[in-house]
Design a binder for this molecule. Structure first.
Ligand SMILES: *Cc1c(COP(=O)(O)O)cnc(C)c1O
Length: 458
């Protein structure tokens, strides 16, 4: 919908002065708040003090804040954002033409920085608060490497030590990602390693293992809690990460408002939920306050369907079971997508905020198969010029599907989707698709039952 006939440019940019100065905390407007994190030993809500052993103090405050709608973005973070933001909101004229649809399609492109994804928006915030607390450094894990890269960039900026535990098979198979991190000064260790107790234990038990994200998380948490002046940081799932990512949605809304555009449908891919949560937050706020109505669609892989086929239950955030319990849509912390899965978004759970919104039927979710995702990615790359990350391409696929429905009905709906990043480091997966070797696997109910059996009794 558009109220006048201003011509919409291919790219809507904001002036620096129009960039958000506060993050928006959607939890403040939720009637049903997300369930609290629980201490796995006592099953009591985690206190700020307990969380403070693992996370930075200011980030703990943000994690526990269900009431303040707006939180100031410190000036140093605003200044860093200015190096690569505002990110463009692009009118996908070429894609609309290709699909011959009356729908109006926009995408918010977050791939315009060296990390190649939206993850830098939270990495810089988390590094800033670690610096403010006079810490020496932070530890984290990385699988494919986007989060580790973003954090390395953020730590370089604030002169913080950055220890990244990288899943061993990725460390070996993605040497370029590893070298980007090292170029930014990060210390990258293949996980499992002999530098932690948990790593040594796993190595003794499974010599020659290629590692897993769960194991890397356990090593990163141990490295943070066993060394003076270190804290652990996480790139998705947590409420603080959704808060930082609200910069995506706030910029999107400001850009649309400039041209009096009201979206009908807002679509994002969902791994742990941070980009989707950030994109929809300000719009969801309007819906929660009864001011406007929108359709929100979370898109997940059919091979890792936490929202569409998961259970809403307390679960471990990591395979190592060292992190607090979170109530979320989950496939069980032991769930691992089938070996042919290539499209990312392989996390077993979902942000507690998005889980609650989904449970309250304020958001929809769909799952898509990976060959259809790469088909959409290829079409998009050829007409819009950007080589999308496989993760982002889940949103592209569903945006295209919705646009094709408009073609059938003749409706001129306005569709906005999040294009979270670029796919240059995912060419092995693209190669499989190009060779016709990519297959789909949808887990059976029996496959999923194994993951559910590992859910804690809460
Ligand atoms: C990490 C990542 C995602 C998924 O993470 P969310 O927390 O669900 O947003 C999506 N796209 C890209 C490019 C990523 O790097």
């Amino acid at each position: 919908m558009m109220s006048d006939n201003k011509t919409i440019p291919y790219k809507i940019y904001l002036e620096e002065s129009e960039m958000p100065k506060q993050w928006y905390n959607v939890r403040a407007d939720m009637k049903n708040k997300p369930a609290p994190l629980l201490n796995p030993a006592t099953l009591e809500p985690m206190t700020a003090e307990e969380l403070g052993h693992v996370f930075c103090d200011e980030l703990v405050k943000q994690e526990l804040d269900d009431t303040n709608a707006y939180i100031d973005i410190p000036q140093e973070i605003q200044d860093f954002y200015k190096m690569y933001r505002p990110s463009p909101l692009v009118r996908a004229y070429c894609l609309e033409k290709e699909l011959d649809t009356p729908a109006k399609i926009y995408y918010k492109f977050e791939g315009n920085n060296t990390s190649g994804s939206h993850k830098l928006n939270s990495a810089i915030a988390q590094a800033y608060y670690a610096k403010e607390q006079h810490l020496k450094g932070v530890t984290t894990e990385t699988g494919a490497g986007q989060w580790g890269t973003a954090l390395s960039m953020a730590c370089a900026y604030f002169n913080l030590d950055c220890k990244v535990f990288m899943v061993k098979c990725s460390y070996e198979q993605k040497p370029f990602r590893r070298e980007v991190m090292r170029t930014y000064g990060a210390n990258v260790t293949p996980s499992p390693s002999d530098t932690t107790n948990v790593g040594r234990k796993i190595l003794a038990e499974f010599p020659g293992t290629s590692g897993s994200l769960g194991c890397a998380i356990s090593e990163a948490v141990e490295a943070a809690t066993s060394q003076e002046g270190y804290r652990y940081v996480l790139g998705s799932v947590l409420s603080q990460v959704l808060l930082h990512q609200s910069v995506i949605g706030l910029e999107t809304k400001a850009a649309l408002d400039k041209y009096d555009i009201t979206p009908d449908i807002i679509i994002g891919c969902a791994g742990g939920g941070s980009n989707l949560g950030g994109l929809i937050s300000p719009f969801m706020g309007e819906k929660l306050r009864g001011e406007k109505d929108y359709r929100f669609i979370a898109v997940e892989p059919a091979s890792c369907p936490s929202l569409t086929r998961g259970k809403y239950a307390y679960d471990f955030c990591d395979t190592g079971m060292v992190c607090p319990l979170s109530k979320m849509y989950t496939l069980g912390s032991g769930f691992i997508p089938s070996a042919n899965h290539a499209g990312g978004l392989r996390y077993h759970g979902m942000s507690s905020t998005l889980s609650q919104l989904y449970d309250d039927k304020l958001m929809e979710a769909v799952s898509v198969e990976q060959t259809s995702v790469f088909e959409a990615a290829t079409k998009f790359a050829r007409v819009e010029g950007i080589l999308p990350a496989p993760e982002s391409s889940h949103a592209i696929k569903v945006a295209m599907d919705e646009a094709m429905k408009c073609k059938e009905t003749g409706e001129e709906k306005t569709i906005v989707f999040g294009l979270t990043g670029t796919g240059y480091f995912d060419m092995v997966a693209y190669g499989k698709y190009n060779d016709g070797d990519m297959t789909d696997y949808i887990p059976t109910d029996e496959d999923l039952a194994k993951g559910f059996a590992g859910l804690p009794n809460v």
